[in-house]
Write a protein that binds this ligand. Sequence first.
Ligand code: XMP
Length: 329
Amino acid sequence: DWTMEAFVDKEIARIRGLVGDKGQVIGAVSGGVDSTVAAKLMQEAIGDRFHAVLVDNGVLRKDEAKTVEKTLTAGLGINLTVLDKSQLFLGLLKDVTDPEKKRKIIGNTFIECFQEEAEKIAKEAENTPRAGKIEWFLQGTLYPDVIESISFKGPSATIKTHHNVGGLPEKMRLKLIEPLRELFKDEVRELGTSLGIPEDLVWRHPFPGPGIAIRIIGEVTPEKVRIVQEADQIFIEEIRKAGLYQQISQAFAALFEGKAVGVVGDQRLHGHVVGLRAVQTTDFMTADAFEFEWKVLRQVRNRIGNEVDGVARVFYEISSKPPATIELE
Ligand code: XMP
């Protein structure tokens, strides 16, 4: 019968068998549960012959690249390269307001950056006498993703594509390795815990591939990104303090288009409009807005006012899904 220990042993043996004594594997990590657990399993199986790459697209959570680097490198011993491509992405996103265009730009640029790095790592690997070629590409696909991609051709088929670095394995002729493809989310969490991944990360809310760009309605600018990052960090901190983090499936700050008038000190401020979103859901296909106690929202609003420059108003978004979606764009 099935136990987590048996699964880990079997999977590590399977990975070693597939990859061989010299083979190398490359994979993208995002700081999320699935890619971290998959990466840690690879590290346990083949050590530094697994190469993890994090692309900082400039629309990640506040300090995310640094945090992920610390956790994965120092904490988990994963061989990680961080690419700071924030200027490139933010440059390409300038003046773009259409949600689908934002998604395409981010998805395509991600693939280009990842591919360039993969080719670089592959070249270096060939010059290392003890190790062989990179022939494998790691993907943190879960069982529900497998089912969905077989049976469901709705909007979420497109959602998943850039997440999964579509096109890369074919172009580089890499073979796919998917160690989580038999697991459900709760099993991935259990596996993560048993591999020594910190609890905070194991229970982390999901974060979309296009990041904060689809939480800023309209044009993405560095100032708007900063406001969303800072407001988001405060919102999540207060949710944790109130002991609500695990009851809520996903929470984040966003930014509405346009400006509103407020008063800061004795000055009129023509400032930005922050939106807060928190939902409860089991499958992310339908969701309800979380019913906060007033004092939690009031505390978040006070802190955003005191700590984030340039914000005039803060709204709490109460729509369920449907008719709304979880993200704003
Ligand atoms: P929506 O907004 O469609 O979100 O209700 C459902 C879940 O999917 C995530 N999401 C995305 N994830 N790329 C991703 O990797 C995307 O383009 C994308 N759009 C939405 C969203 O965060 C939520 O968990």
